[in-house]
Write a protein of this length. Structure first.
Length: 281
């Protein structure tokens, strides 16, 4: 369902954002961004392995991409001078992250927001941006880096952007990496429903498609199928009806099994039940 919706989003995937004095980006493009070309570039990046990039977090601490190895990682790129689109994307992402943390547990994946305007998106600016958006969720960090790192990161993520006279034009994109820093899925648009982010995370966290080999895997598989999205409430919920159905089915199988075992025992033992009593005249 998610893949089918990728190409129908159209112009909403691309956004023009304004800054008073934007710094130069790694790419210089024609005045109009090629939407289909940008999408093709983004999709072509899926499956690629990301380098061990170096960042600085909003507290001035050095962070490497390898620090997030072992768990899925959600990445989105913004620039802090953006006054409309980037805040909207971050708010949409925040709603989806809340749902994902409720469905999957907050410690099962991480989120990073990276400032792609390297000359301006300092750790202080990234911290101020996070505060202005009210982002205070577990395992979500706002990071900065140098221009060369941002250029390489954007290319490996398939994130198309360039500086214009009015600001930056860029793809409205959120990327999902697997536990080995491979690009697994792209999520597009300023607005998107939570399942577009939560479902690929469920694939990675619960191992959808992998063989269950232990009790933990079995529990995760049950959580995978029992965690459902409620469109009316716009939230994920745990579906206990699955366990009720399993319980009824198990009880029925137990009853049938006991009858079969009892009949088999009777046949093998020659037990025919009590003899009928003769009537006395």
């Amino acid at each position: 369902m998610i893949k089918e919706g990728i190409w129908g989003i159209g112009a909403a995937l691309l956004t023009t954002v304004t800054a008073m004095a934007p710094s130069l980006s790694w790419a210089v493009a024609p005045p109009l961004l090629d939407e289909q070309g940008a999408l093709a570039t983004s999709q072509a990046a899926i499956g690629g392995q990301l380098d061990n990039f170096r960042f600085v977090d909003s507290d001035g601490q050095t962070v490497h991409l390898s620090d997030y190895a072992g768990k899925p990682l959600v990445i989105n790129l913004i620039y802090t001078a953006c006054i409309r689109s980037c805040p909207v994307i971050v708010q949409t992402l925040a709603d989806a992250v809340v749902d994902a943390q409720g469905a999957l547990d907050a410690d099962n994946f991480n989120i990073i927001t990276v400032g792609f305007d390297a000359g301006s998106d300092t750790p202080d600016r990234m911290r101020s941006f996070a505060r202005s958006q009210g982002i205070d969720l577990p395992n979500w960090r706002f990071l900065s880096s140098d221009g060369r790192t941002i250029e390489k990161l954007a290319k490996q993520l398939g994130f198309v952007y360039y500086a214009s006279t009015q600001g930056f034009q860029h793809l409205a994109q959120v990327s999902v990496l697997d536990s080995e820093s491979r690009l697994y899925r792209q999520v597009y648009g300023e607005y998107f429903d939570s399942p577009f982010l939560v479902e690929p995370l469920k694939d990675l966290v619960f191992g959808r498609g992998r063989t269950v080999t232990d009790l933990t895997g079995l529990i995760n598989r049950l959580r995978l199928f029992c965690t459902l999205y409620d469109p009316a409430a716009q939230r994920y919920r745990f579906d206990y009806s699955v366990f009720i159905g399993l319980g009824i089915g198990l009880a029925a199988l137990t009853a049938v099994g006991s009858i079969l075992v009892r009949n088999l025992w009777r046949r093998r033992s020659g037990f025919r039940g009590p003899e009928p009593r003769a009537e006395q005249s």
